[in-house]
Design a protein around this ligand. Structure first.
Ligand code: NOJ
Length: 452
């Protein structure tokens, strides 16, 4: 007899959706919000696909009640969102904007009424432009004090209802890609030494955010970073290729994980950076390496690695042209990153618990037909990724939750609104939301706590 055994997730496993303020809220200039670096960057013609901008986005600022009700109807009990710094402190620091503060009070209250637990990212790339203008944003150490003040402000304001805090989202995307390659706001191409310094200031700001949660978060508050670690998947799961995956993970992620988990920069990093190494002060690493409660991982894709023949620690394989990928150009489909990412982070860094704070895929989904969007491609992709996550848990990796990116289609940074990551379709003319097939499927997965 054949018995269908559904892969079941641990009791109390956290299931939810994820979004970020700048990508969904809109209301770019309403109720006292100031311009963010992304607002400014998007207004420069040619930077964003189709010259899209963030002014209106999904109108979530005005439609949040409907959005939370829809989330509830899909059975989500957790929602990862971010707070917009320029809404809370339009001047970067200084006076608090009460209307901005009140918006998130209303949002959290609505979530509570609907039985949805908030997971709040303090910073999802929307630095107030005024700080970029005043001292160069992440380039100047003054940003650390400004961020500390912002973190304390929001933890004090919302700490009674928010118990899960994420300090920063994907450091490399607002440092290296923002000041180095220039593909993200503020879109600058500056020398390596400056970029390394932005990274150091981000690490310090993470430390300040951890401190804010410890001091003002109240009982039960937890905090962690969300990182987009680079993950090498062993081509063959042999001891040699697994060792190669280890070596790659250590090297590729040392700029984040060595300071945070070991309290210093990796000597190899300092040596290779040479004169471009970041300047730091003696006590910096005490702040940076304070213990956290979990590591958030945003995992979409990776690389294949294997043992090298030439004495190197690993060899990276090129993707052949036929290798499957999503419509977003950077996402090779690699479900195994949800196995290897958490496993390597735990084995190498000793992260106490892992949450997948983002996973999903970008496709050019067609509009609904008869109220339906048959995104079988997304359903299948997520299902395969979750299978690998389940394997990690079965092997003893402490993965405690999963957030699907994204709740609804939204502003996908330089790819604008064309690239859709949502489980819910957003019509940008009418702002009508239509749950896609993947949302209906995911709803059942969350309800059953198992892969269906
Ligand atoms: C990472 C980012 O955190 C999020 O803002 C983005 O939309 C998704 N990945 C997809 O690219």
């Amino acid at each position: 007899m054949i018995i269908h055994q559904k892969p079941t997730f641990p009791k109390n496993f956290v299931w939810g959706f994820a979004t970020a303020a700048p990508q969904i809220e809109g209301a770019g200039r309403e109720d006292g919000k100031s311009e963010s670096v992304w607002d400014r960057y998007a207004r420069q013609p040619g930077t964003i696909h189709n010259n899209d901008n963030l002014d209106v986005a999904c109108q979530h600022y005005h439609l949040y009640k409907e959005d939370i009700a829809l989330m509830r109807s899909l059975g989500a009990k957790n929602y990862r969102l971010s707070i917009a710094w320029p809404r809370i402190l339009p001047g970067g620091d200084g006076a608090v904007n009460q209307k901005g503060v009140d918006f998130y009070h209303r949002l959290f209250d609505t979530m509570m009424e609907n039985g949805i637990t908030p997971w709040v990212t303090m910073y999802h790339w929307d630095m107030p432009q005024v700080l970029e203008d005043r001292f160069g944003g992440w380039r100047d150490r003054r940003v650390v004090d400004a961020f500390a003040n912002y973190a304390q402000t929001i933890v004090k304001a919302y700490g009674d209802r928010v118990k899960n805090w994420i300090t920063l989202n994907e450091i490399s995307c607002f440092t290296y890609y923002a000041y180095g390659t220039g593909v993200k706001a503020p879109g600058l191409k500056l020398p390596e030494g400056i970029v390394n310094q932005t990274y150091h200031h981000a690490l310090l700001s993470h430390g300040e955010a951890v401190r804010a949660v410890r001091e003002y978060g109240g009982p039960g508050a937890r905090v962690g970073l969300t990182d987009n670690a680079l993950v090498g998947v062993p081509v063959t799961e042999t001891a040699e290729d697994i060792a190669a995956a280890h070596a790659y993970f250590i090297e590729a992620n040392c700029r984040t994980f060595e300071p945070i988990y070991r309290g210093h920069y990796h000597p190899d990093y300092l040596q290779s950076a040479g004169a471009n190494a970041p300047r730091f002060e003696a006590d910096d690493f005490k702040l940076i390496s304070q213990p956290t409660d979990f590591l958030g991982m945003n995992l979409y894709s990776g690389l294949f690695v294997r043992a090298a023949q030439n004495g190197a620690k690993y060899e990276i394989l090129d993707f052949p042209p036929s290798y499957p990928q999503a419509d977003n150009t950077w996402q090779k489909i690699m479900p195994q990153v949800l196995y290897w990412g958490p496993r390597l982070a735990v084995e190498i860094c000793g992260a106490p618990a892992i949450y997948i704070t983002e996973n999903g895929c970008g496709y050019n989904d067609a509009p609904p037909v008869n109220g339906e969007v048959h995104d079988l491609h997304r359903r299948d992709l997520v299902r395969n990724y979750l299978g690998e996550l389940h394997r990690a848990i079965r092997d003893g990796v402490p993965v405690e939750g999963y957030f699907l990116w994204s709740f609804m289609d939204n502003f996908e940074w330089d790819e604008g609104y064309a690239r859709r990551f949502g489980a819910v379709y957003c019509d940008y003319q009418t702002f009508k939301r239509t749950p896609k097939l993947s949302a209906r499927w995911y709803s059942k997965v969350m309800a059953g706590n198992c892969l269906l």
